[in-house]
Design a protein around this ligand. Structure first.
Ligand code: ZN
Length: 203
């Protein structure tokens, strides 16, 4: 049975259209892979595999990801179908998180994103994984390389934050302390729409 080492992370205030991004990192000791429930749909982008329990949630998730504050950083004009638009947004967020962190290297495997249809489904997933009740809006499990979200309560900042956790944990040879990783991931969702700083002060 997995022993939960879960830890809640306090809410983070954001100054843009996205006002709150509450996220959590969990470490679990596992004996087997995350069991897969019958999926309603699966979509693959360059970086991410999205698993939906309900196909209708594809359009819902696409609506939840708002690039209104991006100042032209992202344009969805080229793709018209909802799946294509969603995948472009997902990859744009992942790519931006990599650039903000200055952590880019080929993925060993795509990040899995499990999209719950509502809070009850997310809570049931939490209970299944951690063997206790929890109220996290989203979280990332390193051992599964999986992000868990609720389509009814997600935004681009939450996605960027959780993607950042995966990027950080897979870039460094030794995973950083949780507090350090949290600071980095919080920076990513806070400055998702900002200019990427080039760090060459000593050159
Ligand atoms: Zn976090």
């Amino acid at each position: 049975m997995p022993k939960s080492l879960a830890r809640r992370i306090p809410p983070v205030r954001r100054g843009l259209a996205v006002s709150l991004a509450l996220a959590a990192v969990f470490a679990v000791t596992i004996a087997c892979a995350d069991p897969v429930r019958a999926a309603g749909a699966t979509l693959e982008s360059d970086y991410v595999r999205l698993v939906f329990s309900n196909r209708d949630d594809i359009a819902r998730l696409n609506k939840k990801i708002d690039f209104g504050g991006s100042g032209g950083w992202f344009s969805s004009s080229a793709t018209t179908d909802v799946e294509g638009r969603l995948l472009r947004k997902i990859d744009a967020i992942y790519d931006k998180a990599q650039r903000i962190l200055d952590m880019r290297k080929p993925q060993q495997q795509k990040l899995l994103v499990r999209v719950a249809g509502d809070n009850d489904e997310l809570a049931a997933t939490f209970l299944r994984i951690f063997k206790r009740k929890g109220s996290a809006r989203a979280w990332y499990v390193y051992e599964y390389n999986t992000v868990y979200i609720n389509v009814q309560d997600v935004n681009e900042g939450i996605l960027a934050h959780e993607f950042a956790h995966s990027i950080i944990d897979h870039y460094l040879a030794v995973r950083p302390p949780r507090a350090s990783a949290e600071i980095l991931a919080t920076y990513v969702d806070k400055y998702l729409f900002g200019e990427v700083q080039t760090r060459n002060d000593f050159q």
